[in-house]
Ligand binder design. Structure first.
Ligand code: SF4
Length: 217
């Protein structure tokens, strides 16, 4: 079984501001996860991953609390229901890491592994955490497609592939064919974006339809 992914240590010190924020919340909520959130993989492991979904960062009361990407704060409602709809996940999403939901040929990772204050990582933090994103993008043996959720995830993914952001700008519904994989991008499926209509369910499903077509060919 391949082991390409690099997981940061629980006390990763590379972003002092995020470490302080994490430590502060460890004191306030000792029952929470409060650490860099690891990638969510299918049960078969890295070798089964054909689609990698790249999010922004853990939400304070979401993945930072539960330890699983897009779990615990509504951020995963649209993502997981859509993954299930396209056969890319199975089971029931109950917004808890023990809900038994399994990914199918898909992995989910965040561009920044630690919760940032106000959901806003700094450019230096995004750059620091790219060392944990790059191995997933370049090393997963069967990876064919990447879905970046939002501009920050898109830009960090483009940089991780060694490409120029100006040449591959973020745009909802865009697809860029790179050497090994196709990069698809969507507005982030955050509660804010879905509540305000920036991203509708139809828009999100449309992106997944393209990915589904691509993965079938
Ligand atoms: Fe380390 Fe990434 Fe957390 Fe920064 S965001 S402290 S690089 S795990």
């Amino acid at each position: 079984m391949t082991e390409t992914l690099t997981e940061p240590g629980r006390n990763c010190p590379l972003c002092p501001r995020l470490k302080d924020f994490r430590d502060n919340w460890r004191g306030r909520e000792p029952g929470w996860f409060n650490a860099p959130v690891p990638a969510f993989l299918p049960p078969e492991g890295e070798d089964a991953v054909r689609l990698l979904v790249v999010g922004l960062a853990p939400g304070l009361r979401g993945a930072n609390r539960t330890g699983r990407p897009f779990t615990g704060d509504y951020a995963g409602d649209l993502l997981y229901s859509t993954l299930i709809r396209f056969g890319l996940a199975r089971g029931q999403f109950l917004a808890r890491p023990d809900d038994g939901l399994e990914l199918v040929g898909t992995a989910i990772i965040n561009a920044v592994r630690c919760v940032p204050p106000e959901n806003k990582p700094t450019p230096a933090e995004i750059t620091a955490c790219r060392q944990f994103l790059t191995p997933a993008l370049t090393g997963l043996p069967k990876l064919r497609a990447v879905l970046a959720l939002g501009a920050i995830a898109h830009q960090s993914t483009v940089r991780a592939f060694g490409q120029r952001v100006a040449a591959l700008p973020f745009k909802h519904g865009a697809r860029y064919d790179l050497d090994r994989v196709a990069l698809f991008s969507s507005y982030h499926c955050s509660r804010y974006n879905t509540n305000t209509g920036v991203l509708t369910e139809d828009m999100f499903v449309s992106v997944f339809s393209e990915i589904d077509d691509f993965l079938r060919n």
